[in-house]
Design a protein around this ligand. Structure first.
Ligand code: TRP
Length: 358
């Protein structure tokens, strides 16, 4: 447990540039809540971005600032959570190397998320050594903080499983934790690492405004947090409603699995009564076409975005974002140096004390 007695949370993202409402729904909203009750560390996984974009370092650097700026705009509070860059935390790199020794090569390559990425990105046999290594690096991102909880989307669960395995193996091999010890007893039994738990969000995946693919800036189907009410209305106007050639007054499909518009209704309209009412009237074709529903959803989304856009103004300057990152990196370094020292002691690697300053 951290000094505050609160449970520790570590999570992060590979920086891909500005954020959209899919990120809000899928992860950032949860972070804004959890920062009130937990000691939170939010990582910008800039090294992971090098797995596929090693030739575009300057672009990755800009993406880092942008992702932090948008996170702050969405309500992540730098006084409550530490926001930091992976590459500024040397303990993560050192633990990655050590953990790689505890994992059979074939175990790393069996990770289904890794396999998927290699297929989706068309990399087949043509990937860097660093590509599979990032999964081991991710175990270090988490364990370096001795995190208890890791809020993530479904696709990250295999990485969490790998992390749990590494933690168990380390605690057993170097800290005398007995073989059959239950996960929740590891620290009490002398283990350095708590066995972290994945906290998988309810809405993993918001459909984009094309109504087909996951929302993604690069697919051009995203509502960005900087979009004006007019842009939001326009984008929603195009969304597919689940039935081809429907007359505007015909009864519509309300199952969010079949009608993406209703995924938006359920996600962005806060009052359950209003959601039920819209669903009801739409299903009966009661004088309510797609347009009416779209306008209501657009209003709700713009009401959500307005305070974000207002907040974002404070963070427009790169210097302000850099100062916040500097503070976050200092906190991350302090927390992880403590872990590294514990791990080095356990593995008979502690020869000298050190202080890392930035
Ligand atoms: N792999 C994650 C993603 O692409 C980002 C990430 C890196 C992460 N390190 C992490 C997530 C540690 C949770 C915990 O989204």
């Amino acid at each position: 447990m951290a000094e505050t007695g609160r449970r520790r949370v570590l999570t992060g993202d590979t920086p891909t540039g500005s954020l959209h409402i899919g990120h809000w729904v899928g992860s950032v909203k949860r972070r804004v809540e959890i920062q009130e009750t937990h000691d939170c560390f939010f990582l910008v996984a800039n090294l992971h971005a090098f797995t596929t974009r090693a030739d575009k370092p300057e672009e990755i650097r800009q993406d880092c600032l942008e992702v932090v700026r948008d996170g702050l705009a969405m309500g992540i509070d730098p006084n409550k959570a530490a926001i930091f860059l992976q590459t500024e935390v040397p303990a993560i790199m050192q633990l990655t190397y050590l953990f790689a020794m505890l994992l059979p090569y074939n175990r790393v390559m069996r990770n289904p998320t890794l396999k998927d990425e290699l297929t989706v990105k068309g990399l087949e046999d043509n990937y860097s050594f660093g590509f599979p290594l990032y999964t081991v690096g991710q175990t270090a991102d988490i364990l370096a903080f001795r995190a208890h909880e890791v809020p993530v989307g479904e696709d990250q669960v295999p990485h969490l499983e790998l992390t749990r395995e590494v933690a168990r193996r380390f605690n057993k091999m170097y800290c005398g934790v007995p073989d059959k010890a239950p996960d929740e007893d590891h620290v009490e039994l002398g283990g350095v690492f708590p066995i972290p738990e994945a906290d998988v969000g309810r809405v993993g995946r918001l459909i984009g405004t094309d109504g087909v693919q996951k929302m993604s800036k690069s697919l051009g189907n995203a509502i960005q947090i900087t979009d004006t009410p007019k842009q939001v209305r326009k984008k929603l106007g195009k969304i597919y409603v689940g039935i081809d050639n429907r007359q505007p007054t015909d009864p519509g499909e309300v199952d969010p699995e079949k009608n993406p518009l209703f995924q938006y209704v359920e996600t962005f309209i806060e009052s359950p009564d209003e959601v039920a009412d819209l669903r009801d009237r739409y299903a009966r074709g009661d004088n309510i076409g797609d347009g009416v529903v779209k306008v209501r959803v657009a209003e709700s989304i713009s009401a959500l975005l307005e305070p974000m856009q207002e907040r974002r103004k404070q963070y427009e300057s790169d210097d302000v974002v850099m100062d916040i990152l500097h503070e976050g990196c200092k906190k991350a370094i302090a927390a992880t140096e403590e872990t590294l020292e514990m791990a080095k002691k356990a593995a008979s690697l502690q020869f000298f004390d050190r202080t890392v300053t930035i």
